[in-house]
Ligand binder design. Sequence first.
Ligand SMILES: Nc1nc2c(c(=O)[nH]1)N[C@H]1C(S)=C(S)[C@@H](COP(=O)(O)O)O[C@H]1N2
Ligand SMILES: [Mo]
Length: 429
Amino acid sequence: MATKNPELPVETPLNRRNFLKGSAALAGGVAAKAVPTMALAGNPENLPPNVPSWSQGLGDGVDITPYGMPSEFEQKVVRRTVPWLTATPESSVSFTPLADVYGIITPNGLHFCRHHGGVAGINSHDHRLVIHGLVDRELIFTMHEVKRMPSVSRIHFLECAANGGMEWRGAQLEAVQFTHGMISCCEWTGVKLSTLLDECGIKPKAKWLLAEGADASGMTRSIPMDKALDDCMVVYAQNGEMLRPEQGYPLRLFVPGWEGNMSIKWLRRIEVGDQPWHTREETSKYTDLMPTGKARQFTWFQECNSVITSPSMEKPINGKGFVEIQGLSWTGQGKIKQVDVSVDGGKNWHPAQIDGPVFDKALTRFRLPWKWDGKAALLQSRAIDETGYVQPNFSELRALRGEWSIYHNNSVHTWKVNTGGDVENVQLS
Ligand SMILES: Nc1nc2c(c(=O)[nH]1)N[C@H]1C(S)=C(S)[C@@H](COP(=O)(O)O)O[C@H]1N2
Ligand SMILES: [Mo]
């Protein structure tokens, strides 16, 4: 599905009076609240007590969809792009529809994409991983050889360092898909990088790795050896199937909790060295411009962050009464410990319920039951991770970092609920 910027799936708030009128008519005057809201949008011929069209004949056989697709009625749940953001789609980003995913696992077809030179269309039989440099044995692995090695499967988020980056200087984008959708979370399967390095034998002087992709951008990143041996993986599968081409098929580096750009896709080469390639001109890195005019570098891990995904601009409130506030939280430094939610712009905080099990460096869903009284409200979430770090608000973050960064915006985010139930992206001073 190569849909570009289809209309956002906004659920229009229901008019309360129509709701009551409609349900009474359909239910023949029986208790209005017993009729589900969805019924109002439906074709009366398919509604009780009629037999709907899909019950009147046989459906498709088991052989119709060898590889299954989502329901045709979910066509608006897709990745989207912001056309003005970049000059070309080959060096750009698409966003995960965070308001329309459930639980903590991102379906493979909805994983955000960030490419610098387009998707490399690799034939896995011809793909090789070369490991060389400060090693006892320089080795070339086929995919078959990589898959023969002891494997691990782990659930981790992957987040672009630029997630939220367009909001540094003010509220700008009109969907949670765009304010926070450069994050996804999958079960990744592959070989621990330490297992591969053991196979080659690293020399005592080895302190850094260079990872290189086989795409047209030939993207490279330097990884410190401590991290490489700690929890990095060379993965070939995501959520139970081989990686999607967009995610680096057939092989990618996965650096848990760190900036997405270090998780080199279409991984073809690892060079072992004694110093970072950052210091050499041929390799780029991401830096954060500070108010002083100096830049921070080696800002590798993704700070503790969270966002409310419903209500949100895509999920306005349908009338007064019960609303479950829901959202996602994450931290590159371990596990989420607590998430607080405010409905009054941060004056009062309420501890949210955390959906377990909570995984290390993984999306963590939170919920808070709320009764909306129909008045304007300012919704916020604030995550705390197991190191005790508390997600900052914008004034705290700007005091530290200014507002000229592109990367690492992990500020508390605010949604303003208006009296009609629609939601706006705002920033509190
Ligand atoms: N070879 C290669 N690896 C790459 C990139 C790329 O363009 N080429 N983009 C990086 C960036 S900036 C990010 S955020 C992640 C995005 O991974 P995804 O497209 O699977 O979401 O891949 C990283 N690895
Ligand atoms: Mo990125």
